[in-house]
Design a protein around this ligand. Structure first.
Ligand SMILES: [Zn+2]
Ligand SMILES: [Zn+2]
Length: 384
């Protein structure tokens, strides 16, 4: 089974019942398809080969005391060290050296999370993902591009002028006398209030959901796919945040540390690391909280909207956690088991007039008959 994955890593295309979109995905999306294949050969396959070497240690670790200690210690230790590094770098100002160190630390954090996942996974079913990592790397680059594009669009629409007008008021309001750590946590908490309502709206409004579905199409959670978002969501989010951010104006140092800390906490949201988070899961939107958020059925999945903090969910009644239960690992969109997984397909999917094409169709492989009726568990109908 694994051999065929190694030889032919591929992502699911758009469904056959959307023939025009499928042609568009194949031909207009050709440059993306080529990049996807190149990423697979040059990055994904060698990286996965390296990670698989850790499996022996992973099985050896199972049931040991060392694993239990690591399960408790990894999150608080990582967050403490991240705070230390971020303040140290920020105190040197936005020099080329400090920005280069921060970029290097991000790269290191990805590797750190990928290794920990392989050593102590929450689900072994989530360790391999066809060629999804190639798409996620493209999503990472595309996210940076579309964020930059949003800034130009705002300048063109004179939103920037409005922000410049509001900024001085923001500086006056910000409690800059508080300790740095408190300012960082406060900044992230207030930002997360807006994130909470935007994220909730994207789940509750059918039109916005079309774009957010890109994020929920994933079939496994791992360190990198937290960044998987449709460009419309990336640009829309930038516009949504611009006014609150103009009114929240801590110093550049606090903003720098906050961005660093958001990513440091964020990596624990999608990571497939089997941690014992205890009360941390009542403060941050990490671990099992976000696994429930990716459940295929909306009665569970429409919960735990927080970006970094989970406190807004607790306050507004959308927190989902069952005492003594661990979530299962069969995630995705219950009503759209046929959602595409290619980069081009993901970009096209929200614009398809009939979203039902992602529903019950089952694609026949060569020489294979279509199943007479879909497996109800795929649609998430049988979940507790
Ligand atoms: Zn969501
Ligand atoms: Zn997610």
């Amino acid at each position: 089974m694994r051999e065929s994955t190694i030889l032919l890593p591929s992502n699911k295309p758009l469904p056959v019942s959307a023939p025009i979109a499928r042609k568009l995905e194949r031909w207009a999306g050709l440059p993306l398809n080529i990049l996807e294949a190149i990423g697979s050969v040059l990055i994904v396959m060698p990286f996965m080969w390296f990670l698989r070497r850790l499996d022996t240690v992973s099985f050896w670790l199972e049931g040991t005391r060392l694993r239990t200690v690591l399960q408790h210690a990894i999150f608080p230790l990582t967050i403490t060290v991240s705070f230390f590094i971020a303040f140290e770098m920020a105190s040197r100002g936005a020099t080329f050296e400090s920005i280069a160190v921060i970029a290097a630390v991000f790269g290191f954090k990805g590797l750190y999370a990928a290794i920990l996942e392989r050593l102590m996974p929450f689900s072994r079913n989530w360790l391999e993902g066809d060629n999804d990592m190639s798409v996620d790397i493209m999503m990472l680059v595309s996210g940076a591009f579309w964020n930059g594009f949003a800034k130009y669009l705002m300048a063109a629409l004179f939103v920037v002028n409005l922000v410049e007008f509001l900024e001085p008021y923001g500086h006056g309001l910000w409690p800059s006398q508080l300790p740095g750590v408190v300012q960082v946590l406060l900044f992230i908490l207030i930002k997360d209030f807006f994130r909470y309502w935007l994220h909730r709206a994207m789940h509750e409004n059918a039109f916005l959901w079309r774009f957010h579905a890109t994020h929920h199409s994933v079939k496994r959670l791992y360190w990198l796919n937290g960044i998987r978002s449709h460009p419309v969501e990336v640009v829309g989010q930038a516009f949504f945040y611009v006014l609150p951010f103009a009114l929240l104006q801590p110093s550049a140092e606090i903003i720098m540390v906050s961005i660093f800390m958001q990513l440091s906490i964020g990596i624990f949201q999608h990571s497939n690391i089997d941690l014992k988070l205890g009360f941390w899961e009542y403060i941050f939107s990490i671990g099992d909280n976000h696994r429930y958020h990716h459940y295929p059925n909306k009665d569970v999945g429409d919960s735990n909207y927080g970006g970094e903090f989970i406190v807004w969910d607790i306050l507004f009644g959308t927190f989902h956690k069952v005492k003594g239960e661990r979530p299962h690992d069969r995630i995705g969109i219950g009503t759209a088991p046929n959602y595409p997984m290619t980069m081009a397909g993901l970009l096209i999917a929200p614009f398809l007039p009939d979203q039902k094409v992602f529903g019950q169709e089952s694609e026949p492989a060569v020489g294979e008959a279509v199943a007479p009726s879909p497996d109800p568990s795929l649609a998430g109908l049988t979940e507790p």
